[in-house]
Design a protein around this ligand. Structure first.
Ligand SMILES: Cc1cc2nc3c(=O)[nH]c(=O)nc-3n(C[C@H](O)[C@H](O)[C@H](O)COP(=O)(O)O)c2cc1C
Length: 361
């Protein structure tokens, strides 16, 4: 890693490298999005020398022990994929242990425990963000997950249950996770009540990173490579996890790498530069979508399931385009991936459009 600031003396910098992660920018778990075809799309844009961590969507440990993991409706992973992190949703030792055992043959890099999901149908199981409200039990979940996992174990949590951030509680909670054996933490710096909306409190994650000896990665409100780098440079956290912006900029890791002085390009590209200008990004968006339709077809066939995944991806990402709304509504009229591909091709030629700016909210 040639970047100057990774070699600086700031305490947080480089802590992820102790875990073997030299490029601490990663892609978040997102239900309906972080499937095998999406992770393949992201990898299309990753420089050859890098292996960033890519999370799966949250996986229920009540279901994992009984599912055919090779055929979920598509496969769980692509051939040789080994920098993925399955995210576990659960709170019972026997189910977590069995889930880990069933996932290990897929060679995950590590396991993550979900302590942030606010969905009401998940709360009744007392997992997700409920664990954030029960420090003692959450610590037990980390301890027994560690006991059964030969790989690093992380926790992804929110800044608070409810709507008010209590920094004292958060510092205590993260300290307990550290004592219980968590190898690192990701803090989505929004409260439970914020859901995915509004300002992410980067100042809070900065306080937590200072207090912990394990790495603390920030998540929330990262829209651009500038945002991701600013988290590390200005807020002194150990890494940045990007979520929804990757549905508009699946090349964001390439941009970050380039800004850090990493010169090699993704294997699948002949250009040595990622798209930078709004116009270049706008053009690349449609190319990425065309590639994504092929990947979806490859893993899931030209099925209603695959089409639904395409719609969801565009629903999340098109808000970054200047005219994404009409594009999404026209795309929804397509009845299969072949029609969608033709439509995307025609639309990108007739209505080229720049990538818009969404600032931190
Ligand atoms: C559609 C969708 C699905 C999500 N699914 C998960 C999930 O399975 N596990 C999880 O920990 N967070 C999940 N999240 C939260 C994201 O990982 C991330 O914390 C959140 O979107 C904030 O980051 P962002 O502002 O960069 O989008 C989901 C978010 C979205 C939009």
């Amino acid at each position: 890693m040639s970047s100057a600031y990774f070699n600086s003396n700031k305490p947080a910098n480089g802590r992820m490298s102790r875990l073997g992660v030299s490029f601490p920018f990663m892609i978040a778990p997102m239900v309906g999005l972080s499937h095998v075809a999406f992770r393949d799309l992201i990898r299309t844009y990753v420089p050859e020398s890098l292996s960033p961590l890519l999370f799966t969507e949250m996986l229920s440990t009540l279901r994992l022990p009984y599912e055919d993991l090779h055929d979920l409706p598509g496969p769980l992973t692509s051939t040789g994929e080994n920098y993925f992190v399955p995210q576990l949703l659960g709170n019972e030792e026997n189910y977590i242990a069995e889930s880990i055992e069933r996932l290990l043959p897929f060679h995950p890099w590590g396991f993550d425990i979900n302590m942030g999901c606010p969905a009401s149908h998940q709360l009744k199981h007392n997992w997700g963000v409920r664990l954030l409200g029960d420090m003692d039990y959450a610590a037990k979940v980390v301890a027994f997950t560690k006991k059964h996992s030969p790989k690093p174990v992380s926790v992804k949590l929110r800044a608070a249950t409810g709507h008010q951030i209590d920094l004292g509680y958060l510092l205590n909670f993260t300290s307990r996770m550290e004592e219980a054996g968590a190898d690192w933490l990701t803090l989505h710096c929004r409260t439970q009540n914020q859901g995915h909306h509004g300002y992410a409190h980067w100042d809070i994650v900065s306080e937590v990173a200072k207090a912990r000896t394990i790495p603390v990665v920030a998540n929330g409100d990262v829209h651009t490579w500038e945002d991701a780098l600013s988290l590390i440079k200005t807020f002194d956290v150990d890494g940045a996890m990007i979520a929804r912006a990757t549905t508009a900029r699946p090349w964001i890791l390439w941009q970050i790498a380039k800004k850090l002085g990493i010169q090699d390009k993704p294997t699948s590209r002949w250009e040595s530069e990622p798209p930078w200008t709004p116009e270049e990004e706008g053009r690349e968006y449609f190319r990425a979508l065309l590639r994504f339709t092929c990947l979806l077809e490859n893993y899931f066939g030209d099925s209603p399931f695959a089409l639904k995944k395409l719609h969801f991806f565009v629903a999340q990402g098109s808000r970054w385009l200047l005219f994404g709304h009409p594009f999404f509504h026209l795309l929804k009229r397509c009845e299969n991936l072949v029609q969608a591909r033709d439509f995307i091709n025609d639309y990108s030629e007739l209505h080229p459009q720049p990538m818009g700016k969404i600032a931190r909210t």
